[in-house]
Design a protein around this ligand. Structure first.
Ligand code: AMP
Length: 214
């Protein structure tokens, strides 16, 4: 099963992608996570990406396309994958279509999680991420067992720079301008499936599972 997740920042793509990956035993490939890991390790890619991410801007296509095309050739991605946060522009989507075609395959679904902008702004202000393992929480919807501490590794939880209000507004503008056109791109290929992202996390997953089948 080869899936891409679409939706605005904070629509719940990452959360749903993780559940899909577990349920369907396919790798969860998040370009945001790859960039954050590179920032943490202080790599050249990480340093280049950080300056864009902190401003709520997209990292340039040339820094992300080859990275994903390479990741898709790994053995674990042969039977399928769920891409989270990629593609985010039409050139990225075209590069993905081409990379998969070169491997003799193609996508099965593009799942768009729909959430209004104001809901996204409210959600992201409450989001907290672990400084160490990257696990994410929400102060109201998914609180950690101990306030400010990660359930998984005990490290501190922070509001990520790219989740701060001003950055979120910028990210929404960028989403509407550069990423939303992907909805029509995948609709034209008959791959688009839309789900309501305003309901509870488990209900969103049920809707996705109904699309993907057993
Ligand atoms: P995410 O965790 O998917 O919300 O990504 C966090 C940030 O990483 C985004 O706001 C972008 O700055 C950058 N990023 C992640 N994926 C991409 C991509 N496919 N293209 C460009 N920038 C990306």
């Amino acid at each position: 099963m080869k899936i891409v997740m679409l939706g605005g920042p904070g629509a719940g793509k990452g959360t749903q992608a993780k559940i899909i990956a577990e349920e369907y035993k396919i790798p969860h490939i998040s370009t945001g996570d790859i960039f954050r890991a590179n920032i943490k390790e202080g790599t050249e890619l990480g340093m280049k990406a950080k300056s864009f991410m902190d401003q709520g801007l997209l990292v340039p296509d040339e820094l992300v396309v080859d990275l994903v095309a390479d990741r898709l050739t790994w053995e674990d991605a042969k039977a399928g994958f769920v891409l989270d946060g990629f593609p985010r522009t039409i050139p990225q989507a075209e590069a993905l279509t081409k990379a998969l075609a070169d491997m003799g395959t193609g996508l099965d679904y593009a799942i768009d999680i729909e959430v209004p902008d104001q809901t996204i702004i409210d959600r992201m202000g409450g989001r907290r991420a672990c400084v160490s393992c990257g696990a994410t929480y929400h102060i109201v919807n998914i609180p950690p067992k101990t306030e400010g501490k990660c359930d998984k590794c005990g490290s501190d939880l922070i509001l990520r720079d790219d989740d701060k209000a001003e950055t979120v507004k910028k990210r929404l503008d960028v989403y509407h301008e550069q990423t939303q056109p992907l909805i029509d791109y995948y609709k034209a290929q008959d791959l688009l499936k839309e789900v309501d992202g305003t309901v509870a996390m488990a209900e969103v997953f049920n809707a996705i599972a109904a699309i993907l089948g057993a």
